[in-house]
Design a protein around this ligand. Structure first.
Ligand SMILES: C[S@@+](CC[C@H](N)C(=O)[O-])C[C@H]1O[C@@H](n2cnc3c(N)ncnc32)[C@H](O)[C@@H]1O
Length: 280
């Protein structure tokens, strides 16, 4: 009996062939991630199974993903996943793709948090921060908000898949939490200037997750303005911000009456996370 579908050598020749057609603009690493996604395996599988055959359908799907990548779609939107703090999060174009620099915000939170804290994550996006904190701090109570209903759908999906107990609320910044108070408030708000030239490279991600008026500082300032009233005594506010916004955020926290104000640098040695404690 003859098969109606032809087959193709899996790794080296398929990737090389498709990349050549695509003028080599997609790197081999990304290509391997996309091919592994198409066949539903981990990337390492490709290396160990170089002699397996691929169906026509898989090759076509791989070619389509490479074309989309060449057109500028980020790999996580093509595979639907991004790793954050050692866990896989589902992502689509309703949410910002979680960044490694945001892990600094999580690390700093774990350093200052008391046992079993009540935590608020403002602007949760994919839920990466809220879900990670809920799982890393047993006994914590985590509330997460977003103004985007579509983002909240993604965040809920991640909390469910990773079995994290997070309560999600819809609303703009402080509106979503009334007069409730917390031990820890974290946020990675939009902080890119509206005229920033780097935005061109981020065209697939939701603009509402990226930019903020007033040189990128408007949302950071809105969060600082309401934070003291929503923190328990000795509670901490931790904010991710742009590499050149550390001084402005420290000033805003000091003006609002925060103590122990300091900034942590990210893995690229840029000022990235500024925190402060509500005095007793
Ligand atoms: C930079 S993204 C961060 C997403 C996620 N926390 C992360 O670190 O990957 C900012 C998030 O804030 C949300 N956001 C923007 N304006 C908001 C507002 N006024 N109130 C609440 N959330 C808002 C966006 O929808 C987006 O999900």
């Amino acid at each position: 009996m003859t098969s109606t579908t032809s087959t193709h050598p899996i790794l080296v020749r398929t990737i090389r062939g498709v990349l050549q057609e695509g003028s080599m603009q997609v790197g081999r690493f990304e290509a391997a991630v996309l091919l592994a996604h198409v066949i539903g395996k981990r990337r390492e599988y490709l290396i160990a199974h170089d002699d397996e055959e691929l169906s026509d359908e898989s090759v076509l799907r791989f070619q389509m993903l490479v074309s989309l990548r060449l057109a500028g779609t980020p790999v996580p939107y093509l595979t639907g996943r991004q790793e954050f703090f050692g866990r896989n999060f589902f992502v689509d174009d309703a949410v910002l793709i979680p960044r490694p620099d945001t892990e600094v915000l999580v690390e700093q939170t774990l350093v200052v948090a008391p046992a079993a804290p009540k935590v608020l994550d403002l602007g949760t996006g994919s839920g990466c921060i809220a879900v990670t904190l809920a799982l890393e701090m047993p006994g914590s109570t985590v509330v997460a908000t977003d103004a985007s209903e579509k983002a909240l759908v993604v965040a809920r999906k991640n909390a469910e898949a990773l079995e994290a107990a997070v309560e999600f609320r819809s609303g703009s910044w402080w509106e979503a939490v009334g007069d409730e108070t917390f031990d820890i408030i974290v946020s990675n708000p939009p902080y890119i200037r509206e005229d920033d030239e780097h935005l061109k490279a981020l065209g697939c991600e939701p603009i509402t997750a990226l930019t903020s008026p007033e040189n990128g500082l408007a949302d950071l300032k809105a969060i600082v303005a309401g934070a003291m009233a929503h923190l328990n005594p000795n509670g901490w506010l931790l904010l991710e911000h742009g590499y050149d916004q550390g001084e402005a955020v420290r000033e805003a926290l000091l003006e609002a009456g925060f103590a122990a104000v300091h900034t942590k640098r990210d893995y690229g040695d840029n000022e990235r996370v500024t925190s402060g404690r509500r005095p007793n």
